[in-house]
Design a protein around this ligand. Structure first.
Ligand code: PEP
Ligand code: MG
Length: 951
């Protein structure tokens, strides 16, 4: 990528001839510390091979491949010669863009410069520029290209109508980063527009990061009230960039090629959308040139194309899909083709076949450069699991923070699972042989899975393995592989491509559980690949161990004889990842998202895994080891005792009572919460009631839902939070404008206040369902008293009519400003409930779902604790009660601190109620206060945890 600063540009240079200009350019690079002086020879040598003049007064001198050893760091120097320099090929150069590149970066620079070469008058502008910024602006403007490639296609999805397909296509665009959630929400509110031939279009311009066109097709042609459905295009529109794509789509429809799109493979779809008709002659060839399609070979190609009797177009199989004229040097350069990539030539009419063959031949011949065949390079298509950069293993007794995934403690030696690398040739000559190899591997994989299912005790794991066996029998995977083999791909490459395409389609599905099947597909794919490549899967030790892995697939867990696995640590993943779910199913302690450093551990090193507090410690000190062993023994008996006393109140040993309630999303689970000992519902996330319906539930529906919870509670209080959507939680039927930063946008009470009628209906339903039963209502994401008063005004109006008899109106403390303004809020609100999940996110400025940072997002941070203390003091001063309903309330280390800070109620997931009660019973209020003071004094969350553990 060409990123220039003012220092990179020298204006007003003069040179007697081209050699003198080149010498100045070399000197400029030396001065910038990019190259050593010998590089100048390389520039001259390269120029002697052929001119680097591009057109429009620009030349791009760069060294020969041999001179790359003189490059210290990649960079560019731009020299302007206002009077021009006579170049050795007869042209006149006014701008030298001199490149020092350690590898093939000059291709990207070339590609970027092609847009300059196309524009009229640019030579004059560059030659006469008086300010480096003008040169930079002219060179750096990159015309935006809309994306359309294999990744934007989701073909053959098991979906049932146009709307599902539209959403799948939009979700795919979100997955690859082209759009934000608000784009998906905008698409969700649309009816697809018919294009004809069974194709439909949805589009939006809001929430678009970069323009793109996605296509989702169903498994087979559908029919609904509006007509045939063979596919839905989803366009992320941005400026003018998508126009060319729409024109290509138009062309496809004009040729009548839309009808058959549903039957085509991804590659064929891209071909049709690139402008190649079904009747065009096409031929493909892989580029052999060591440094890609740079200026010299590109010129050779263009000359051959110009000599043909028909127009030839060329595209890059791996590119954004657009075919360009093979007779235009700038357009050919704009492909940025590299060695190993595939050029696809196409032509129509008489002489088409000869034309594309001639081009294939000349590319095969090296386009005037000596080339080596590709079979010498074995290419790797499967991402390696090994870390990219050398990472340092944790030192002895160093606690690493991770995401708690499955509760429990374990001590055992580590077994670090490193997935093997699969190396294989991409291409093969004999499709029949490849097909036989694949079929053999499929049979072998099926046998392996059957054996594993037999060996596996435990419903969930064997269920997943059976799903894997079913996946192997999916004819679509085999068919897709056979098709690729027919085109010359090896069995390994075809199989992995089929798996990857299917996995990506799965990932694009809006349903999270279905999307998680993608991991299963890749897992099953690797099993077959292992057999094809003759790669042994790693064998675990005979003794009990803690499994350490980048991320684990279900069959990895099963293969590892789970009886021996005492704990699980993964470098990646969140608490909802499959590995976490499996660990919970198997009842082993697990932490996930521990970071790459754990992968640098050696197998055999002793580890402690604390699945409750989210910690891993390698080579623990004897004291830490002993403490952990003690805790393990204690935990077992504690669990038994806790369950036995779950219906009793939770009081500290000195008689201080703390209420323990349950968090619920589904009102149907209220009875279960009571059975587990909950003294009420401390947080009803009512957005789940809204999300469960295709449109906003009306008054009667809401009354029925809330009544179910009140009935189950039998007089226990219910704390309901009003609708908390917006930001990252869009409601399909409530489209929202695009927001750059949705977590800081229209969320919670801010959003509901824009639709007061929705809030009013919800309040009416809650108060009506409650009647004479205790109901506590709170507003989410409040930032100050004004928002509370605005919500309260609506509440007062409704309550004056409904007259529920046991009501309190409160505020969730989730925004730091709200905590700091608690004294003013406490004067008017009846209670506070602290949402530590969001309060932590906004206090620490860490997105709570961030894949890398979420482990650092620890609510036991002293910054958060100080806000909690301030809130509690302000509330108690006015005689109000305070609950904590975020995850922190069920964190065993945090419970004493929260009790010590004076929190009156803890609301946790139902499953945790007995243990939280038991933890409170262990305390005395004075000890809890000491621990709270200790925590508040610490400088970081890690220090808080360390201090509490040592206390
Ligand atoms: C919180 O933010 O802590 C909370 C309880 O609300 P939610 O997790 O639903 O945002
Ligand atoms: Mg919240």
């Amino acid at each position: 990528m060409l990123t220039l600063t003012r220092d990179d540009v020298r204006l007003g240079c003069r040179a007697a001839d081209w050699k003198a200009a080149l010498a100045q350019a070399a000197e400029a690079l030396v001065e910038a510390g990019r190259v050593s002086p010998e590089y100048g020879e390389g520039l001259l040598a390269r120029e002697a091979q052929s001119s680097t003049y591009l057109g429009n007064g620009i030349a791009i001198p760069h060294g020969t491949p041999e001179s790359r050893r003189y490059v210290r760091s990649t960079g560019v120097r731009v020299l302007q010669f206002p009077e021009g320099v006579a170049w050795h090929d007869g042209s006149r150069v006014s701008l030298l863009v001199t490149i020092a590149a350690q590898s093939d970066e000059h291709l990207d620079i070339l590609r970027q410069l092609t847009h300059v070469l196309d524009r009229e008058g640019v030579a004059r502008t560059l030659a006469s520029a008086k300010n480096p910024d003008d040169v930079i602006a002219t060179l750096s403007r990159v015309p935006e290209k809309a994306r359309l490639d294999a990744e934007t296609l989701c073909l053959g999805l098991p979906l049932r109508d146009r709307l599902e397909l539209a959403l799948a296509a939009a979700a795919r665009l979100r997955h690859i980063g082209c759009v934000e959630a608000s784009f998906v929400a905008a698409i969700a509110g649309q009816q697809p527009v018919p294009l004809g031939q069974g194709l439909w279009l949805v589009f939006a311009a809001s929430g678009v990061n970069s323009p793109a066109l996605a296509l989702a097709t169903p498994e087979r042609r559908l029919r609904d009230g509006a007509g045939d459905v063979a596919g839905v295009f989803c366009l992320a529109a941005h400026g003018d960039a998508h126009r060319a794509l729409l024109e290509r789509l138009d062309g496809l429809l004009a040729r009548g090629d839309g009808e058959r799109l549903i039957e085509l493979s991804a590659e064929q779809v891209l071909s049709r959308l690139s402008g190649e008709s079904a009747g065009a002659e096409t031929a493909r060839v892989r580029l052999l040139n060591a440094h890609g399609l740079h200026a010299r070979p590109a010129r050779e190609l263009v000359q051959v194309a110009r000599a043909q009797s028909v127009a030839v177009r060329v595209r890059l199989l791996e590119g954004h899909g657009e075919a360009v004229s093979a007779t235009s040097l700038t357009q050919v350069l704009s492909l940025g083709a590299r060695r190993g990539q595939t050029l696809v030539f196409s032509a129509e009419g008489e002489g088409a076949s000869q034309a594309v063959s001639a081009l294939v031949e000349v590319v095969r011949g090296g386009l005037g450069e000596p080339v080596t065949p590709l079979t010498e390079t074995r290419e790797e298509s499967v991402p390696r699991v090994t870390a990219k950069e050398p990472v340092v293993a944790p030192v002895a007794d160093e606690p690493l923070t991770a995401v708690p995934a499955a509760p429990g403690l374990a001590i055992a030696p580590a077994y670090v699972l490193r997935l093997p690398e699969f190396r294989y040739a991409e291409r093969a000559d004999d499709p029949a042989r490849e097909r036989e190899r694949l079929d053999r591997a499929l049979v072998g994989a099926r046998q392996q899975l059957e054996a594993l299912v037999q060996r596996t005790v435990g419903g969930e794991v064997s269920q997943i393995l059976s799903i894997h066996a079913e996946m192997l029998s999916d004819p679509a995977l085999r068919d897709a592989s056979l098709e690729a083999m027919g085109e010359g791909a090896s069995a390994e490459a075809s199989w992995w491509r089929a798996i990857d395409t299917a996995a990506r389609a799965q990932e694009s599905l809006a349903d999270r559980l279905l999307a998680e099947r993608a991991a299963d597909l890749r897992d099953v794919g690797r099993r077959v690949l292992g057999l094809l490549c003759g790669v042994e899967m790693p064998t675990p030790p005979e003794h009990p161990y803690i499994l350490v892995a980048d991320d684990v697939g279900p069959s990895d867990v099963a293969r590892l004889e789970t009886a021996k696995v005492r704990g699980l640590v993964t470098a990646r993943g969140g608490a909802t990842s499959h590995s976490a779910i499996l660990a919970r199913a198997l009842g082993i302690a697990a932490v996930v998202g521990a970071g790459e450093r754990v992968l640098a551990l050696s197998s055999g090193v002793e580890l402690i895994v604390d699945g409750e507090n989210g910690r891993v410690v390698a080579s623990p000190s004897p004291a830490r080891r002993e403490r952990t062993e003690r805790r393990m023994v204690e935990q077992e008996s504690l669990q038994r005792a806790a369950h036995g006393r779950r219906h009793e109140e939770a009081r500290t040993q000195d008689g201080h009572r703390v209420e323990v309630a349950a968090n619920l999303g589904n009102t149907a689970h209220a009875a279960d919460a009571v059975e587990r000992g909950a003294e009420g519902i401390g947080l009803l996330r009512t957005e789940f009631v809204f999300m469960a319906h295709p449109q906003a539930p009306d008054l009667a529906t809401q009354i029925a839902e809330y009544s179910e919870a009140f009935d189950a509670l039998k007089g226990r209080p219910l704390v309901a939070r009003t609708l908390d959507v917006g930001g990252d939680k869009p409601l399909a039927y409530w489209p929202m404008p695009h927001e750059e930063n949705p977590f800081l946008g229209l969320r919670g009470i801010r959003l509901t206040l824009t639709r007061p009628e929705v809030l009013e209906t919800q309040l009416r339903a809650l108060l009506t369902a409650a009647g004479s039963r205790p109901v506590r209502i709170m507003f989410p994401m409040v930032k100050d008293i004004d928002e509370f008063r605005a919500g309260k005004a609506i509440f007062d109006r409704v309550q004056a009519e409904v007259k529920a008899t046991d009501v309190q109106l409160g505020v969730m403390i989730e925004v730091p400003s709200c905590a700091l303004l608690a004294p003013s809020l406490a004067k008017e609100a009846d209670f506070f409930s602290i949402g530590t999940n969001d309060l932590t996110q906004y206090t620490l400025a860490i997105d709570r779902g961030h894949p890398q940072l979420s482990a650092q997002s620890d609510a036991l941070h002293p910054g958060v604790l100080r806000l909690i203390r301030f809130t509690v003091e302000a509330a108690h001063a006015e005689g109000r009660w305070v609950g904590v309903c975020g995850e922190l309330g069920s964190d065993p280390q945090a419970i004493p601190v929260l009790v010590g800070l004076g929190v009156d109620e803890l609301s946790v997931s139902s499953r945790r109620v007995p243990l939280v009660k038991a933890r409170i019973r262990e305390l005395t209020l004075s000890r809890a206060r000491e621990l709270a003071e200790l925590a508040l004094k610490q400088p970081t969350a890690a220090a808080v945890r360390e201090a509490l553990e040592a206390a």
